[in-house]
Design a protein around this ligand. Structure first.
Ligand code: IPD
Ligand code: CA
Length: 263
């Protein structure tokens, strides 16, 4: 059953990407859900497509999406129809669709697809992580002076909090950047393009697929499991193991036990 769902997920995320590409470069009307929080017609269309496809294929599973919400369930699809909507709306080709399949509060597999670059990052618990079906691994950079940390931002976080952690990261010697899609930022830790992704608050649809991807690619992450995190979100940290402790201290985000420790 899980393998069927894995294959299904790989197929529908590509189809969702085709749908979103109909709007790329064509966005004229943008609504604001809040301060710096964008919504386009294609966020809603893509989520409706995924909600219908999943409920037809797996009527007993729950669905929780960025635009239409949902509720927790023992088997649950957590979906961001477009992550990086501000980029999408400005014709910047850095956005994606993110899907996590969650059982009893824990992600079992996750997919992140950038339809412009046709890059599909995928991970299944215990089976590693891939980019377009090729195995990926975290970066081997170990020195802060050579490392890039992507620091996510949203208007959910107070300015002094954001500036405080950015200051701490810069003081420690990291390059700090923000590219505007948290899900892709996490996928880029899994494939070695970032050494870390951190954010003081993320929603489950933005991060559950990517956190599993980083773990499966050999990185360290914070814990992000259970009903409360799925419904309300929480802090996020994903990074290469050698830099995990300083980044965890600077961010004030505890690390989950490593895979070795839990074996
Ligand atoms: C946002 C982006 C952003 C991250 C925010 C998210 P959206 O999602 O992923 O990079 O920092 O936490 O809310 O609005 O583009 O779907
Ligand atoms: Ca999002």
């Amino acid at each position: 059953m899980l393998n069927d769902k894995v294959d299904f997920c790989r197929q529908i995320i590509i189809r969702a990407g085709e749908l979103v590409m109909q709007g790329f470069g064509q966005v004229r009307a943008v609504q604001m859900k809040g301060r710096q929080d964008y919504l386009t017609e294609f966020d809603g269309r893509c989520e409706t497509f995924l909600r219908q496809a999943i409920s037809e294929a797996y009527p007993n599973d729950g669905f929780f999406g960025e635009e239409g919400g949902g509720s927790d369930a023992a088997t649950l699809w957590v979906v961001d129809p477009i992550d990086g909507t501000a980029n999408f709306a400005r014709n910047i080709p850095h956005f994606c669709i993110a899907i996590a399949y969650v059982e009893n509060g824990r992600a079992e597999f996750g997919a992140i697809y950038n339809p412009v670059l046709r890059e599909l990052h995928f991970a299944q618990r215990g089976h590693g992580a891939t980019l377009n079906e090729q195995p990926i691994h975290i970066s081997d950079v170990t020195a802060a002076e050579a490392a890039t940390v992507e620091l996510g931002w949203s208007s959910r976080i107070e300015k002094h909090d954001y500036l405080g952690v950015m200051n701490g990261l810069l003081e420690f010697g990291f390059n700090v950047r923000r590219a505007g899609s948290g899900a892709l930022g996490l996928a880029y830790v899994a494939d070695g393009r970032n050494e870390a992704y951190v954010e003081r608050h993320m929603n489950s649809w933005d991060c559950m697929a990517g956190l599993l991807m980083v773990e499966e690619a050999g990185g360290r992450v914070c814990s992000f499991e259970g009903r409360e995190k799925i419904l309300r979100g929480g802090p996020v940290l994903a990074c290469v193991p050698d830099l995990a402790e300083p980044i965890s201290d600077i961010m004030g985000i505890p690390l989950a036990a490593s895979r070795e420790e839990t074996r």
